[in-house]
Design a binder for this molecule. Structure first.
Ligand SMILES: *Cc1c(COP(=O)(O)O)cnc(C)c1O
Length: 417
């Protein structure tokens, strides 16, 4: 029976109770938007005017790209290990993509390869902090190519710190965070664009002021879906999730990224702002973000210790990272065909359904790979096949008995394999 959730990583039922209370007590709901902006800004140590809230992270990226008024054959560089909604945002903005391979040691851009690949057409570089692992080379890119706009895809990395102590989202010309169900904090669907380069600010603000909120019913659907995810994020309720999600799907109350969007079509109400009711949920999680990150760091520490006792896998650990999930990668020597068998046994014996996440250069598997040429990012493709991930979720307790089981399953397979 599955006992661990990969969604609602920081959200508790208690937050929903507070949320209801505040909705009833404060009739001016618009002010929840300001509260969320302010608490995010203060966490990142930036002024609150730099934060723009959207109905998803991808819409923040799209808005930034539109604000730059680029030419149709201008090029955006993205890592050859990214999410389809990122590449779609670039497609919708009418720009070309160049994928640059990643490094197996960081799961992030290979800086040397990146610097060699920049052409006069390159106008924007999206660098990601995959899984919360920090990409450190932004100053190097800016030093060599000061005119190129660097955008941090910080969807996974709220709270992770650069070596210099600053938080991710504060070093690029701009950055975006995601508050989707499975991200570090969640408003159901949602995201923020952070604008650090003051020159970009006026054009973005002008665009943003024209955007509306999603239709009320869309927000209700997000709230219902999020509530179901939350109810089924506890150890003894996770097993009910499939059924409950099917139930709301039948009632047409499920809010997710549509199949058509994963295949490259632009959805309705793209872009729009984050609804104030959802912003309030974000605010309530941010109020406790230090304690939440502390809890996550403890969980990551347990996985890191576990990985040291397994031969044939490696992890990428740093105490300064706040992971969205804990990635574990099978070494070259490990028998590929056994990954699925291991996943099955882990599920049966521990109740962890190993994450099927980032299993393609353009996640998820089977999505529309806009402008991607097969085999052009070899490391990205290999990592996508060799990676598994463990939950980093405050509802999760990984006790010694569980890690012992995990160690023995992995070692049994990998040592005899
Ligand atoms: C989730 C995600 C996004 C997009 O965030 P949304 O809020 O879902 O639009 C972007 N990049 C990465 C790496 C992601 O995982």
């Amino acid at each position: 029976m599955i006992k661990y959730s990969f969604t609602c990583n920081s959200l508790k039922l208690k937050h929903f109770a507070k949320w209801l209370y505040m909705l009833l007590c404060f009739p001016n709901h618009q002010r929840f938007i300001r509260l969320f902006c302010e608490i995010l800004a203060s966490y990142l140590a930036i002024p609150p005017e730099r934060v723009f809230l959207f109905a998803s992270g991808r819409m923040g990226l799209y808005t930034l790209l539109k604000s730059l008024a680029l030419q149709p054959d201008d090029e955006v560089i993205v890592p050859g290990y990214t999410c389809v909604v990122v590449t779609n945002a670039i497609k919708y903005a009418g720009l070309k993509i160049r994928y640059i391979d990643i490094q197996s040691e960081t799961l992030n851009l290979d800086t040397k390869l990146l610097l060699e690949s920049i052409t006069p057409k390159t106008k924007v570089i999206v660098v990601s902090h995959n899984f919360g692992i920090v990409y450190e080379d932004i100053p190097l890119i800016k030093q060599k190519f000061p005119h190129i706009i660097v955008v941090e895809d910080a969807a996974h990395a709220l709270g992770s710190r650069f070596k210099n102590g600053r938080k991710t989202g504060t070093e690029g010309d701009a950055a975006f965070f995601s508050f989707e169900y499975s991200k570090p904090i969640t408003t159901g669907l949602g995201g923020a664009l952070i604008v650090n380069n003051a020159q970009l600010h006026p054009a973005i603000e002008e665009l943003y002021n024209r955007f509306g909120f999603p239709p009320r019913f869309a927000t209700v659907k997000v709230l219902i879906t999020l509530f179901v995810q939350l109810l089924t994020s506890y150890r003894y309720t996770v097993c009910l999730r499939g059924l409950m999600i099917q139930g709301i799907k039948l009632l047409a109350l499920l809010a997710t990224t549509s199949k058509a969007e994963i295949q490259g079509a632009m959805p309705h109400h793209y872009p729009s702002r984050l609804a104030p009711h959802l912003a309030l949920l974000g605010f309530l999680q941010m109020q406790e973000i230090e304690a939440i990150s502390c809890r996550k760091a403890a969980i990551a520490g347990v996985y890191h210790k576990m990985c040291q006792e397994i031969s044939g896998v490696y992890d990428i650990y740093n105490a300064e990272y706040v992971y969205v999930r804990y990635p574990v990668i099978f070494s070259e020597t490990a028998d590929q065909s056994r990954i699925d068998e291991i996943g099955f046994l882990v599920k049966i014996k521990t109740g962890i359904a190993l994450g099927e996440w980032f299993n393609d250069v353009v996640h998820p598997k089977g999505s529309y790979r806009y402008d991607y040429k097969d085999y052009s990012c070899k490391i990205g493709e290999i990592m996508a096949q060799r990676i598994i991930n463990f939950p980093i979720n405050i509802h999760t307790t990984i006790d010694t008995q569980t890690t012992r089981k995990l160690i023995s399953i992995f070692n049994d397979f990998l040592l005899t394999g």
